[in-house]
Design a protein around this ligand. Structure first.
Ligand code: HEC
Length: 194
């Protein structure tokens, strides 16, 4: 029951994202706005599922959501938009989320900006550039670490049962030892430009 409601909600969200792509020429401003919108919806879907699973069975249970749903949600957003919509980090849990060279350089710049005193919450960066011989718009937005993230991305805050399951699912996990306010990673979106 709960599941079908969730599917319906994300279906509606995706339908509304889909409509915005019908236009011909899209300005860079519009691309930025739509990227922000998409990342926000991605975050909301994931957070909703995470909170429900946490309430139902704590972080061990919620691990399954991040393990199976996070990439599914990013795939749904990619399919609906025709873009590449994903999450990445300098220290990944899932190596499939590893950054490419451009993403790595942006993530490093985000860390440098934070060191220089800027708050991560509104950090974003975008460029129109060439990729594999095609013009693309690429956009990234920093994802700050919040208190709730520490149950799975912190140090001592990670419970032994969570730790054990993480070891099993992600033997090369690097996404540990974060503190509130650290940049955990970033949303990354690539849009084709015609
Ligand atoms: C219940 C455990 C859990 C919680 C809580 C959690 N995460 Fe994660 N996180 C994971 C798992 C598992 C993955 C790997 C997902 C995958 O396989 O793609 C992950 C992956 C990520 C990634 C993708 C990059 C990577 O490391 O592979 C980002 C970014 C991320 N988490 C941010 C956050 C943020 C921000 C919060 C808090 C708002 C958070 N996570 C809370 C378990 C969790």
């Amino acid at each position: 029951m709960k599941r079908s409601v969730l599917v319906m909600t994300s279906g509606l969200l995706l339908a509304s994202v889909g409509i915005t792509f019908a236009a011909g020429h899209i300005s860079t401003d519009d691309r930025v706005k739509k990227s922000r919108q998409t990342a926000k919806q991605f975050m909301q879907s994931l957070k909703g599922e995470l909170q429900t699973a946490m309430k139902a069975g704590g972080p061990v249970n919620a691990l399954d959501v991040c393990n199976t749903k996070a990439r599914l949600i990013s795939q749904q957003h990619s399919d609906a938009s025709g873009w590449r919509v994903a999450r990445t980090s300098l220290k990944t849990r899932n190596p499939a989320n590893a950054p490419d060279a451009w993403e790595r350089s942006v993530l490093e710049k985000f860390d440098a900006r934070k060191k220089a005193g800027e708050a991560p919450k509104a950090m974003e960066h975008y460029e129109v550039m060439e990729q594999d011989g095609k013009k693309v718009f690429r956009w990234m937005k920093a994802i700050p670490t919040q208190e709730v993230c520490l149950k799975c991305h912190g140090g001592d805050t990670v419970a032994p049962a969570v730790e054990a399951k993480l070891k099993k699912l992600y033997p090369t996990d690097q996404a540990r030892g974060y503190a509130v306010g650290d940049i955990r990673g970033a949303f990354t979106i690539t849009q084709p430009v015609n």
